[in-house]
Design a protein around this ligand. Sequence first.
Ligand code: ZN
Length: 149
Amino acid sequence: MIDTTDFYGRTNEKTKTSTNLVQLLDCPCGKTPTELNLIEGSTCKWAYVTGNCCGEWNVEFRTEYNKIDTDECMKLAIDEWNRAPRPLKDENTDLMQLLATIDRFEKCFVRIAKAHGLTTPLELIAMGQDNEENYAEILARYIEKKMSG
Ligand SMILES: [Zn+2]
């Protein structure tokens, strides 16, 4: 098979690249593009690079006045593609799970409070000994007192 790609892995189509020689990082869509497409910006100073995975995420980069179909421009595009910060997908998933857990605890807490006759959070807040005491401590003290009495 004849390899028609150049140093930057570009196929003979001018503004596309494959990853034969250059390792591209994953796109936020979760896939690794096999080609990058360059899109001219509003001035010759800037351009956009996007992957053939989804074509949705694009990164703006400085062309340093190189023409969009040059190796230099593709190299800058690849650098910027790999350097650009990805949205925090995994961290967000963890955060969402944590928030869901907190939400379940809160519902549980509210049910316990209601089961012990506290219908509004204000009743609980009013029973605080000071501003430092948290709701769990107030509720625990309230329940202990109720059960012992
Ligand atoms: Zn993508």
